[in-house]
Every structure is written in structure tokens, then in C-alpha cells.
Design a protein around this ligand. Structure first.
Ligand SMILES: Nc1ncnc2c1ncn2[C@@H]1O[C@H](COP(=O)(O)OP(=O)(O)O)[C@@H](O)[C@H]1O
Ligand SMILES: [Mg+2]
Length: 479
């Protein structure tokens, strides 16, 4: 038994030496001035270049838990793309995490909270087409298909208002519906016209078509008042991008014209009818590419998942998510096991080459080889360290409800220890701030600490409490 086990282990090691689970070198190598460098393969150390001419399409999906390195990968990738091909990029930034980086890189940051985008702008399309697009966006957002009467009334109002006025806005549509006594329909869309939430209801200050040619652009959505408005903005911007794309001359040029980046935009990456899918289906011939990043692979519509030419799988913890990815793209048990050990920046890549000879399409990268991060915090827990960018960590602390003073206390704690804090120390500080054990656990999970190490951290916390108890008793006796 033992002998045969050893033999097979030895055999598999040799198999790897003879046939490492990596694609042929010529598929990965490319002239550095014409492809994007990503890092080196784990076994042969082959430099991996992303070369869209070798792939079935230029679309990219990235999955991995918070802190696994998705945004870092996107940033490194776009930096290189703009150096090599002068590529334009539009980032739909849900939480405002790209703002600083885009500013530093000399790109354009547009804060949508301070702009207007008239939902009724035609932007070069026919009225009937635009009406269809608006209705389809409202379908996704308001579940309009459940209110078929109101849906018809809104559609009719749009038709009539376009006939009546030159440059109508949503406010005119609401008024029109009200005069026609279509109260419920008016109410459904009225929320997009109320002051403070009227991003879509005024004269446009944005020209999306221009923005697709402006280099690196971050559309910061996070100041928009609600998730619904953020999604409608995302969907509308994608519609305009799609129109721009369809008007682009189909060229022979190399490289990519525009990267459209959706980071954590699950709501619009999920829907069959959103233009994310159109860009995936038609982008290739126009040299438009989509990059979608998410922490939950099941949130991504299956058309995206099964059609992207490149998939990055970073650290994934939940068995359910890992199985979903494994079943969707199919790779060996061995690769799956290795994924289980991933740290920050480690990745498996699945590339579908245009030339179908290559049997191996999923392989391991040593680490995404990107630009050096600015400020790193490290949390030590058991046998793992979790690294997180300072800004990102602070953002997460705000999200769980810490106040300014508490955040400063924690920042100091990191800074006085060269950016490193023990997991148990973090836990006791959060406990002092009044956080319950379950909410601390969920926060640590979000940081990427796995179950085994969570148990370890909490047993240390318990031990310390117990030992403190002993000391107290002793002191009490003395007194
Ligand atoms: N390949 C990498 N090499 C070095 N540091 C990395 C790498 N990937 C991510 N990091 C660092 O880890 C932290 C979390 O990465 P981030 O990209 O924000 O994660 P995500 O977007 O998946 O939540 C950041 O501080 C980032 O600088
Ligand atoms: Mg991110």
C-alpha cells in the first residue's frame, strides 16, 4: 500500500517534470512591447504575456475574495496596456477605490455625484431604439415587467414626449404621466427626479462618447445616493458605450481600443439583457474589451463566465464558489488543491487560445507581478498573514461602522508595529469597541482569514482572557 502510494507520488512528480501542467511556451511568450506582462508560471518560470491576438477574445474575468488582489491586478494591467497600446479605459467604480490611483496615473476622475446624465439623451440613436434601451434599463432596475400596465404607460409617455419636445428630460415624462392620470407609473420613475437623486433628470454634463477616447477614466459612482441610481447609471453608461462601439470602424489595428472595467458591479454583470453581455458578444471585432471582477463568481452571468478568453482565479475560500468555478471551466484536482493554498496575488489563469491545439488552458502563476503597493498593513493569524492596502482596510473599517477616533486608534496600532498586527490583538481592540464575536468573525472572514486560523486567533484571545482572570484573582487575594 505504502510503497504504491510512494510510487504514484513519485510518478506524479516526474510527470510534472516531464509535462508540467502549463501551456506551450510559444503561447505564453510575446514581444514585451506588444503584449501585457503578468508574471511567471509556477513550474517552468515562463514569463506570461497577455496577447489578445492569441486568444479567442479579449475579455477578462477576475474572481477572488476581498483582498485577494483583483483591483491590484486591474490597475497593473491597465497601466501596462496604456503604456503599450495607448489603450483607453473606462472604469465604473462602485466604491471609489480607483480614484486615487487614476489621479496619480494622470487620468481623468469624474465624480458622478456632481454631474448629470439626461436619461433621454439620444446620443446618436433613433428615438425608438433609445426608448427600448430606457425601458430595458428600467426592467432590470424596477422589475418593470411585473407592472405591465405601467410599463406600457411609461413607454407611451416616452414616445409622446419625444414627439412633443426637442430635448425632454425625465421630469417631463413624470409630468406627462401625471396629467394623463397614470399615477402609479409616474410614481415608479419619480424617484429618479427628486432633488438629490436627479442625476438622470437634468441636462447632460457628460459626454460618454468623448470619454471612450480620453485615456484612463474613472467614473466614480460612489457618491450617487442609492444603489439603484448607481446601477441605472452603470447600465446607461454601458448603453452609450455599446452605441459608440457599434459605430467604431472595424479595424485591423493591433491592441485594444477600450477596456470597460466593472469591479464588484454584480447587479449589472448578472442580467442577461444588460449591455455587459452585448459587449462580451460583439466586442472582439471592434477591439473593445471587458474586464469584470467579482468576489462571488456565481454573481456573474454565465454568458460572461463561459465566454471570456481569460479568467483569473485568485484566492477563493468558499467551497461552493470554488466548485462553481472548477465545474464551469474544468481543471484538475491538482490545480484545485494548489488554489486552496493561495495567498494575496497568487493566481490560476485560464486562457482560451484561438489555436485549439493546446490541451492545457488552466495553469498556475507564481504571483501577479504588478507595481509595488504603496502602504500595506499585515494581520498575522496562525499560519497565515493577510495583507491589505491601508486605504482599503480603512474603508472596510468605516463600512463596519467604526468612528474616526476608533479608526485612528487602530491605525496607530499598525503604525507603531511597522504595519503588522496580531489577529488576536485586532480582535481584542474590536471587542473593546463593543463589537460582538459574530460580527468580528465576519469581518475577519472578509479580510480573507480562513476557518482554521479564525479558530486559532479566538483560542489565543480566550487564553489571554483566562490568564488575565488568574492574575486578577491573585491580585484580589493580595488586596
Ligand atoms: N500581486 C500582488 N503583489 C503584491 N501586492 C498585492 C498583489 N495583489 C494585491 N496586493 C495587495 O493586496 C491588497 C489587496 O488587494 P486588492 O487588489 O485591493 O484586493 P481586491 O480588489 O481583491 O479586494 C492591496 O494592498 C494590494 O496592494
Ligand atoms: Mg477590489
Amino acid at each position: 500500500m505504502k510503497l504504491s502510494y510512494l510510487l504514484s507520488k513519485e510518478l506524479s512528480r516526474r510527470m510534472i517534470l516531464v509535462h508540467p501542467p502549463e501551456p506551450r511556451k510559444d503561447l505564453l511568450l510575446a514581444p514585451p512591447d506588444d503584449a501585457i506582462y503578468l508574471g511567471r508560471t509556477r513550474y517552468l518560470g515562463t514569463p506570461v504575456f497577455w496577447d489578445p491576438t492569441k486568444l479567442i477574445n479579449p475579455h477578462i474575468a477576475i474572481v477572488g475574495i476581498t483582498g485577494s488582489g483583483k483591483s491590484y491586478l486591474v490597475k497593473s494591467f491597465l497601466t501596462r496596456a496604456s503604456m503599450i497600446w495607448n489603450t483607453n479605459a473606462i472604469i465604473l467604480d462602485w466604491v471609489g477605490e480607483y480614484v486615487k490611483w487614476v489621479e496619480q496615473a494622470g487620468g481623468t476622475v469624474i465624480k458622478l455625484g456632481k454631474e448629470k446624465l439626461n436619461l433621454l439623451d439620444l446620443a446618436g440613436v433613433e428615438k425608438t431604439e433609445r426608448i427600448k434601451q430606457i425601458i430595458s434599463a428600467l426592467d432590470i432596475l424596477l422589475n418593470l415587467k411585473q407592472y405591465l400596465n405601467e410599463r406600457d404607460e411609461i413607454e407611451e409617455a416616452l414616445e409622446e414626449i419625444y414627439e412633443k419636445m426637442k430635448k425632454p428630460t425625465l421630469v417631463d415624462v413624470v409630468k406627462h404621466l401625471e396629467t394623463k392620470k397614470h399615477k402609479k407609473a409616474a410614481r415608479l420613475i419619480k424617484k429618479f427626479t427628486i432633488e438629490g437623486s436627479d442625476f438622470f433628470a437634468g441636462k447632460s454634463t457628460l459626454n460618454i462618447r468623448e470619454l471612450t477616447k480620453t485615456g484612463l477614466v474613472c467614473l466614480d459612482l460612489h457618491e450617487l445616493p442609492t444603489e439603484e441610481i448607481r446601477s441605472l447609471a452603470g447600465l446607461t453608461i454601458l448603453q452609450y458605450i455599446k452605441e459608440t462601439m457599434r459605430k467604431t470602424k472595424v479595424g485591423e489595428e493591433k491592441g485594444i481600443k477600450l477596456f470597460v472595467v466593472l469591479d464588484e458591479a454584480w447587479k449589472i454583470a448578472q442580467d442577461e439583457t444588460s449591455d455587459v453581455i452585448t459587449i462580451v458578444r460583439e466586442g472582439r471585432k471592434y477591439n473593445f474589451a471587458l474586464i469584470v471582477a467579482t468576489q462571488n463568481p456565481t454573481d456573474m452571468h454565465k454568458t460572461i463566465f463561459s465566454n471570456v478568453g481569460t479568467m483569473f482565479i485568485l484566492r477563493l475560500v468558499l467551497r461552493e464558489f470554488r466548485d462553481y468555478v472548477k465545474n464551469s471551466i474544468g481543471y484538475s484536482e491538482f490545480i484545485d488543491q494548489e488554489m486552496g493554498k493561495f495567498g494575496v496575488g497568487d493566481a490560476a489563469i485560464n486562457m482560451i487560445f484561438a489555436e485549439r491545439q493546446s490541451r492545457i488552458t488552466t495553469f498556475l502563476l507564481n504571483k501577479i507581478d504588478g507595481e509595488e503597493p504603496l502602504f500595506q498593513f499585515k494581520i498575522k493569524g496562525g499560519d497565515m498573514d493577510v495583507e491589505i492596502e491601508r486605504e482599503q482596510f480603512i474603508k472596510m473599517l468605516y463600512e463596519i461602522g467604526l468612528n474616526e477616533g476608533q479608526i485612528n486608534t487602530l491605525k496607530l496600532e499598525f503604525e507603531k508595529n511597522d504595519g503588522i498586527v496580531e489577529g488576536e490583538r485586532l480582535v481584542s481592540i474590536l471587542e473593546k469597541f463593543g463589537y460582538s464575536k459574530p460580527s468580528i468573525i465576519s469581518f475577519l472572514r472578509q479580510l480573507g482569514i480562513d476557518e482554521k486560523n479564525l479558530i486559532h486567533i479566538f483560542s489565543l484571545v480566550r487564553m489571554r482572557k483566562a490568564s488575565k482572570g488568574v492574575v486578577n484573582i491573585v491580585l484580589d487575594k493580595k488586596v
